[in-house]
Design a protein around this ligand. Structure first.
Ligand SMILES: Cc1ncc(COP(=O)(O)O)c(C=O)c1O
Length: 351
């Protein structure tokens, strides 16, 4: 047998499985990847039109200084507290390289973002998944045994926020770095940014993919102690954020009001969908995100519900593993999309 040229750990790696991005002719209502149903700010559009292809001749600013200055101003910290990445996924990946020894371990809640175990497998290090409590509630993780803990708040795919006091008490006693992944925080009632300023071992990450409608641009960032930020800077690609991404991200962050208006629209539809699903017998979890985690009523399984919606041209997210297979995750869309989803759900339940 010919020896494989690929490392053994890469051969056995199960790569992250993103939600379906349909490519064919058929138009779907896409409620499966937590994208924002509204376009980015008109300021982003204007900045895009103002970009000249000629400038692409030059490398982008390597440290994304203007963008990081803007982020620092938003969070009332110095620029040395800010790292900007190619999506928050890059921030998470760099954390696994910066804060976990080769014989180390990465902790995270189960369920939470399904990328974390993949990142650990890419680094070829151990994992310490911490099962959540009853109804996906907070469970204090062990403070030793892992060098990095990914703490998603509000959590995904459950949509629920954890108690801020419990998060802070954990951060205060944990021996490694806590990365609080706040991908959905703009849809939540509170945030943990203060912890990134208060504790030397805490990073808070954010993304422009959800609330700012820029999933296609790939910009995320984290805030924390300069020593941690410096470590990420040493490891990043020299030009991890391209010129277009830096320019458009800056334009988006200059129009926070626009983002807030869209978030308000989405929260209204979240309440509406939650009530409609509960009224139809679904078990609905309190969401502080742009999606709803729910269990279909007796009489229809999650997998059948997903398939029946797909037949009607609506995509939602299904995780086939273990306990999660009884639930579905539905991204909040426009009022029209929610009307279509509610009508389709009623028709499916009526048989
Ligand atoms: C919890 C969580 N963190 C991070 C991300 C990645 O965000 P980005 O698009 O910034 O890489 C996602 C995207 O789905 C997410 O659900």
């Amino acid at each position: 047998m010919k020896k494989s040229l690929v490392r053994a750990s890469v051969q056995s790696l199960h790569a992250y499985v993103p939600g379906e991005q349909p490519a064919g002719e058929r138009k779907f209502i896409k409620l499966n990847t937590n994208e924002n149903p509204y376009p980015p700010s008109p300021k982003v559009d204007a900045a895009l039109r103002g970009l000249s292809a000629e400038t692409l001749r030059l490398y982008p600013p390597p440290a994304a200084d203007a963008l990081r200055r803007r982020i620092a101003a938003m969070h009332a910290c110095g620029v040395e507290h800010v790292f900007a990445g190619n999506g928050s996924d890059e921030v998470l990946a760099l954390c696994t390289r910066a804060f976990v020894e080769n014989d180390g371990c990465i902790g995270y809640f189960e369920p939470s973002y399904s990328l974390y175990p993949v990142l650990a497998a890419i680094r070829d290090v151990r994992t310490m998944p911490v099962a959540l409590g009853q109804g996906f509630s907070w469970q204090t993780p062990p403070v030793e045994g892992s060098g990095l803990f990914f703490l998603t708040n509000p959590n995904a795919p459950t949509g629920m926020a954890f108690p801020p006091e419990a998060i802070e008490a954990f951060c205060a006693s944990y021996r490694g770095v806590v990365l609080i992944d706040e991908a959905y925080v703009d849809f939540a009632e509170s945030d943990c940014m203060a912890l990134a300023r208060r504790y030397d071992n805490v990073l808070v990450s954010r993304t422009l993919s959800k609330s700012y409608s820029l999933a296609g641009l790939r910009v995320g960032y984290c805030v924390g102690a300069p020593a941690l930020i410096e470590a990420l800077n040493k490891l990043k690609d020299s030009y991890n954020l391209d010129r277009v991404a830096q320019t458009l991200a800056l334009a988006a962050l200059e129009d926070v009001d626009y983002m807030r208006r869209n978030v308000a629209l989405i929260k209204t539809q979240r309440d509406r969908l939650g009530s409609a699903l509960a009224g139809a017998g679904f078990d609905v979890f309190a969401s502080e995100t742009n999606f709803i985690w729910t269990k279909p009523p007796e009489g229809i399984t999650a997998v059948d519900y997903v398939a029946a919606l797909r037949e009607r041209g609506i995509l939602i997210r299904y995780f086939p593993q273990g306990e999660l297979a009884r639930y579905v995750r539905i991204t909040i869309g426009t009022p029209g999309e929610m009307t279509a989803l509610i009508a389709a759900t009623e028709a499916i339940l009526a048989g």
